[in-house]
Design a protein around this ligand. Structure first.
Ligand code: PRP
Length: 207
């Protein structure tokens, strides 16, 4: 199987366990989702290019660095919204493009209902945010949309993935690295990740 980047950071492990817990309330769930998104964004941006720019400190001149890549962030509605703020804390200048997709409950195929991608994108890196990589249909469709807009350097940042989803996304788009907090066992017969955390959208928004 294609190998996703699965974090083994102790804080990720700790926060993910709280996130999974069925007794965690909506407010805490949203807070944990935001914090996990920040931690995973840190891992997904380890290879950003920086430009050397000297910086004047009160004591002299130091070697300074400036992150020079323009970045686009794509939260997939609804559940991806919960990851946005945590990522924007690290990347305050990123452009945000919302994509709306939901999974048809019968067919499990993604249904596309909203798209705020720019006609012409001029970023060097695009991060897709969606906590759950289940069948991989939504993630593959999002990458497809981004590629049609001319974006080539894309990373997927999720929270929990199923082997089926990782396989599907990597087979369709081997050039898109996948960052996760956990790779779970499997999908159940209605397409939910097991053990997972339930429905990420419902648990965030109290629906
Ligand atoms: C969930 C999740 C992904 C998708 C994953 O969204 O946030 O977008 O399902 O499933 P897949 O890998 O099988 O495509 P959902 O359809 O529940 O919509 P919501 O975020 O609006 O609740």
């Amino acid at each position: 199987m294609a190998s996703p980047n699965v974090s083994n950071h102790p804080l990720v492990l700790h926060k993910l366990s709280l996130l999974r817990d069925k007794t965690t309330d909506h407010r805490t769930f949203r807070e944990l989702m935001r914090e996990l998104a920040t931690l995973l964004c840190y891992e997904a941006t380890q290879d950003l290019n920086v430009q050397e720019v000297p910086v004047e400190t009160p004591m002299g001149t130091a070697r300074g660095f400036k992150a020079k890549e323009r970045i686009g962030v794509v939260p997939v509605l609804r559940a991806g919204l919960g990851m946005l703020e945590g990522v924007m804390q690290l990347l305050p200048d990123a452009q945000v493009w919302h994509i709306g997709l939901y999974r048809d409950e019968e067919t499990l195929r993604p249904v596309h209902y909203y798209n705020r991608l720019p006609a012409q994108a001029s970023v060097q890196l695009c991060l897709i945010l969606d906590p759950m990589l289940a069948t991989g249909g939504s993630a593959a469709a999002t990458v497809e949309l981004l590629k049609k807009s001319g974006i080539t350097n894309i990373k997927y940042v999720g929270i929990i993935g199923a082997p089926e989803g990782v396989e599907r996304l990597s087979a369709a788009h081997p050039d898109v690295p996948i960052y996760l907090a956990a790779l779970d066992e499997r999908l159940n017969d209605v397409g939910f990740i097991v053990p997972g955390l339930g429905d990420a959208g419902d648990r965030q928004f109290g629906t």
